[in-house]
Design a binder for this molecule. Structure first.
Ligand code: NAP
Length: 337
């Protein structure tokens, strides 16, 4: 039975990846931070066989300890402060976790394997945000980086380290340069989820307005469930490489609003949406759109669903969630509307 250690297990991708690996027969260990992390229950419900280990990306000894218990064949480093907006407000924290965290995981691996790093396969969650002020469209593995946020800078640091440990120590280390990917498990702070949840709540009469930043921003959005398969495929290759994972198509926030509000039966979203310039990024990225042809040719990977299906799935999940919360509130006599 192969063994995998996942950091960022409580995040969107951590749970999808754990479900995917469980179906493949893996023994899975997840790194869980904090004393009484409230998200542990959701992880255990999704993957009952998982073993959760305490540890933090800021704490090297805890990472070495996790390696010693898990004795992994594969390590997936998904843990990060992953919200770009927060990275301007908490740049030092973001650098320490999203950037330096990669160094600590790689060092833990190097120490645990006594420099024989090739015997454990390592995946680093790199990001399209590294391309930032883009040098070419679409972006591919060879496109130079010009990150536009502290998050993007920290990811570029982690990416270069991954390549460097491959070249310096022969590590079987791969970086997946993933473009945005979403799901009903996406954090509420991210724009897709903010819109799908907002549309559902407005339709249910639970909120009136949705406050957003730049409606013209465009992104290459895929489904997280598809993208975790690409992570696994990378680690099954004989030769470690870096891969762009993307759909190759972009949509604007306006497109997102059209689909989400249509789904809940509200034809005119304009009367519910406010734009707040304070939510604009201090320095925004240009047109991020990925060319995933290397992943298609070498890994046999391609995205499955389309954008509309993804957004409708998210809206439906948020409607069900809102209705459930309403029922619970009504049942407990705590209905405040
Ligand atoms: P996410 O939902 O924000 O999850 C982040 C995870 O990191 C959470 O499990 C969080 O734990 C954990 N974490 C944060 N600080 C930590 C620390 N100090 N020590 C240990 N764990 C810590 O992110 P995601 O969407 O699943 O993304 C997974 C990875 O892919 C991230 O590295 C992200 O930057 C990268 N990525 C994501 C996308 C995307 O569109 N989703 C695109 C490109 C790259 P808590 O729950 O305890 O906070």
């Amino acid at each position: 039975m192969p063994r995998a250690l996942i950091t960022g297990i409580t995040g969107q991708d951590g749970i999808y990846l754990a479900e995917f690996l469980a179906l493949k027969g893996y023994e899975i260990f997840g790194l869980l931070r904090g004393q009484n992390n409230p998200k542990a229950t959701a992880v255990q419900q999704a993957v009952p066989s998982i073993k959760l280990l305490g540890g933090d990306l800021r704490d090297l000894p805890s990472l070495i300890g996790a390696m010693e218990i898990a004795k992994p064949d594969e390590v997936y480093n998904l843990g990060a402060i992953s919200f770009v907006g927060l990275s301007w407000d908490q740049a030092e924290l973001t650098s320490g976790i999203t950037g330096m965290g990669v160094l600590r995981v790689l060092e833990a691996l190097r120490i645990f394997t006594q420099n024989d790093m090739s015997r454990i396969r390592f995946y680093q969650a790199s990001s399209s945000e590294m391309f930032g002020k883009v040098r070419e469209v679409p972006q591919r593995e060879t496109t130079a980086f010009h990150p536009r946020s502290p998050y993007g800078v920290a990811k570029a640091f982690g990416h270069h380290l991954t390549v460097n440990y491959r070249e310096s120590y022969g590590a079987h280390a791969c970086a997946g340069i993933l473009f945005n990917h979403e799901s009903p498990r996406r954090g509420h702070e991210f724009v897709t989820r903010k819109v799908t949840r907002g549309a559902a709540r407005i339709a249910l009469g639970l909120q009136d307005r949705l406050v957003l930043g730049n409606l013209e921003a465009r992104r290459d959005w895929g489904f997280a469930g598809d993208y975790v398969e690409a992570m696994w495929l990378m680690l099954q290759q004989e030769r470690p490489e870096d891969y762009v994972i993307a759909t190759g198509q972009t949509h604007s926030i306006r497109d997102l609003l059209d689909i989400a509000f249509q789904r809940v039966g509200i034809p005119n979203w304009q009367s519910h949406v406010l734009q707040d310039p304070r939510l604009f990024r201090p320095a925004d990225v240009d047109l991020l759109v990925g060319d995933a042809s290397r992943a298609r040719d070498e890994l046999g990977w391609k995205p499955r669903g389309d954008f509309r299906t993804l957004i409708e799935m998210m809206v439906d999940a948020d409607l069900a969630d809102g209705e459930q919360n309403e029922k619970q509130a009504a049942g407990s006599g705590n209905r405040h509307r």
